[in-house]
Design a protein around this ligand. Structure first.
Ligand SMILES: NC(=O)c1ccc[n+]([C@@H]2O[C@H](COP(=O)([O-])OP(=O)(O)OC[C@H]3O[C@@H](n4cnc5c(N)ncnc54)[C@H](O)[C@@H]3O)[C@@H](O)[C@H]2O)c1
Length: 354
């Protein structure tokens, strides 16, 4: 079996769903279920014996050690993190606790387990750490996209805590020989994205007739990747990545935030035109910029393409259309998130199985 941490979050849940769709191998899903964890996303797996959900913290060494032993885990994929930049500005403590201290404890539990393995099981074991392009800092309009050899220059408490976790993972390879892989990915979007993030927020506010808030001048550039493409990149790196290496993952889709918002508005104008004949773009409002807001991120994903043959399946245009359609088709999921009811899903549906 594989152990996925943070598998009830946006990317982790997409990963678990895709993994079990295309693969018979079971998943132990360890997630603390913070506000960002949503078991309703995994409702289709409720009676699937290949999915074992465990509510718990990656920082709980005893629990992680027990799960590794009990299920004879052959790989760990670490998605668990505090992930929202705005939250990290208002309360950085949780980010240090989970992203830094939690990753340290996870690495120590995994190291002890891996040390005790022998032969083929030891040689085949992998620890894959999922990280972000934000560790590289910010780019000017003319800088080349981030490659794996760029310096780490994190600017927010979130990216600093992720950078610290990447360094720990690297050190556990160089010092203890732990068979690690790291991926640094650009901004993801797609189904099951928590509506505090730009793309789902804009779709849902537009439909609700609310303002569409744009930070500053809206010219911050992000490199967008459809979440399913990120998941396929992680599967590729897990299967074929060279030990100790990092791989940048991106979709070659640099867009200014304002352009992303206009694209969503025009898709909605077609799929769900407003009764009063006005366009959704009229709801755009500019709000004060986030402190320390990075201007541009862009990923050079050529190493992953060249060495492991990975390519994204979606363009931004195809992926964003699918995403808007998904939010229109999944009002149930959306209303449970916006009402807060998703937080009761564990008790109501999993009972004491978790
Ligand atoms: N969203 C993006 O655009 C993006 C891009 C690149 C990399 N990443 C990285 O990918 C990973 C997943 O991101 P996401 O957007 O799915 O995040 P998310 O916030 O949607 O999900 C995080 C999950 O981790 C769980 N979690 C938090 N603290 C935990 C702990 N101490 N122990 C166990 N579980 C815990 C939460 O309950 C949640 O289910 C993160 O490591 C993030 O840094 C995200």
């Amino acid at each position: 079996m594989i152990l996925v941490t943070g598998g009830a979050g946006f990317i982790g849940a997409n990963f678990v769903l895709d993994w079990l769709n295309g693969n018979g191998e079971g998943v132990i899903n360890l997630d603390k279920l913070t506000y960002a964890g949503n078991l309703q996303t995994l409702a289709s797996l409720e009676s699937d014996p290949r999915h074992v959900f465990v509510q718990g913290d990656i920082g709980d060494r005893e629990l992680v050690s027990r799960l590794l032993q009990e299920y004879q885990v052959r790989a760990v994929i670490n998605f668990a993190a505090e992930s929202h930049v705005d939250r990290s500005i208002h309360g950085p403590g949780e980010f240090i606790q989970t992203n830094v201290v939690g990753t340290f404890n996870l690495l120590e539990a995994v190291r002890a387990y891996w040390n005790a393995l022998e032969g083929e099981a030891k040689a085949a074991f992998r620890f894959l750490h999922v990280s972000t392009d934000e560790v590289y800092g910010t780019l000017s309009a003319t800088d080349a996209p981030f490659s794996e050899s760029n310096r780490y220059e994190p600017n927010s408490p979130y990216s600093a805590s992720k950078a610290a976790s990447d360094h720990l993972v690297r050190a556990w390879h160089h010092t203890y020989g732990l068979p690690v892989l790291t991926t640094n990915c650009s901004n993801n979007y797609g189904p099951y994205h928590f509506p505090e993030k730009l793309i789902p927020l804009v779709i849902l506010n537009a439909l609700a007739g609310k303002p569409l808030p744009i930070y500053g001048d809206g010219q911050q550039i992000r490199d967008w990747l459809y979440v399913k493409d990120h998941c396929s990149a992680i599967r590729t790196v897990l299967a074929q990545g060279r030990l100790g290496e990092t791989y940048n993952v991106g979709g070659w889709n640099e867009k200014a935030n304002l352009d992303v918002v206009h694209t969503i508005c025009s898709i909605l104008d077609t799929l769900r035109p407003k009764a009063d004949g006005t366009g959704y773009a009229e709801q755009i409002t500019y709000v004060q910029d986030r402190p320390g807001h990075d201007r541009r991120y862009a990923i050079d994903a050529r190493k992953l393409e060249r060495e492991l043959g990975w390519k994204p399946a979606e363009t931004f245009e195809s992926g964003i259309r699918k995403t808007v359609q998904w939010y229109l088709d999944n009002q149930d999921w959306v209303s449970n998130v916006t009402s807060g009811n998703y937080r009761q899903w564990l008790e109501q549906h999993y009972g004491n199985k978790a």
